[in-house]
Design a protein around this ligand. Structure first.
Ligand code: DX5
Ligand code: ZN
Length: 221
């Protein structure tokens, strides 16, 4: 288990005209990872950004770039995201034809491997995959958009996944993504979440990203 919860601001909600500055601001304010939401217009309706933004972020931060691929059939693009500077690559169990092979590929590329599951996907969908992963990303909204309401029904799934990981002796981290804010964090923390992705709560905060991060840190420490 991670000793301290990790906060991973999602740059999907950042001001893209000032992306470098905003990443620096959250890094200095104590963010643990930078979460990079890649959307392909197929697995989820919007198109966000891809390898060039990962490459642009790489030199401006020491933090791990946590790349969340909301992409249908991501296998052909894993190498290019690793080359662009991803430290961790997370793929969706719902989007992969041969996910076992793709998770092995991510590790062979030198990255940490993550598997994500949508709110409607049961924990059991991961049972054969858990030995291959470093991160389990539990979606607490249906992916595609920032600013949606947290779905509390996913929390029992977090508890189940923690038990499954413990039974394997796995150190994989459980990350939650969607609708994370100071109100929703406490129950997620109690369920066993170790990594909190937050877009609007950080970059949409009225007093700026550092203040948004500080508000989350208050409830995670
Ligand atoms: C949702 C993305 C999230 C999203 C989180 O499809 O994977 O990372 O940006 O945004 P908030 O924190 O605003 O729900
Ligand atoms: Zn995400």
């Amino acid at each position: 288990m991670a000793s301290q919860p990790i906060i991973a601001p999602s740059i999907l909600s950042a001001d893209f005209t000032r992306l470098g500055e905003q990443i620096t601001e959250v890094e200095q304010a104590g963010a643990g990872w930078i979460h990079v939401d890649v959307m392909d217009g197929h697995f989820v309706p919007p198109i966000s950004f891809g390898q060039v933004i990962v490459a642009a972020c790489r030199p401006v931060t020491q933090l791990p770039l946590d790349v969340h691929l909301m992409v249908q059939d991501p296998a052909p693009m894993l190498a290019s995201f690793a080359e662009a500077g991803a430290d961790q690559i997370t793929i969706h169990v719902e989007a992969c034809r041969h996910i076992h092979r793709s998770l092995q590929t991510i590790r062979q590329l030198g990255c940490k491997a993550g598997v994500a599951l949508n709110p409607g996907t049961p924990a059991g969908a991961l049972s054969e995959l858990l030995p291959l992963v470093d991160v389990v990303l539990v979606m607490s909204v249906n992916p595609g958009y920032a600013g949606q309401a947290f779905i509390p029904e996913v929390l029992p799934k977090v508890v189940a996944l923690r038990q499954m990981l413990n039974a394997l002796g796995s150190q994989a981290l459980i990350e939650i993504d969607g609708g994370v804010d100071p109100q929703t964090i406490p129950a997620a923390l109690a369920a066993g979440v170790q990594v909190f992705v937050a877009g609007s709560a950080v970059f949409g905060h009225a007093d700026g990203p550092a203040a948004g991060l500080a508000a989350l840190q208050q409830v995670t420490t």
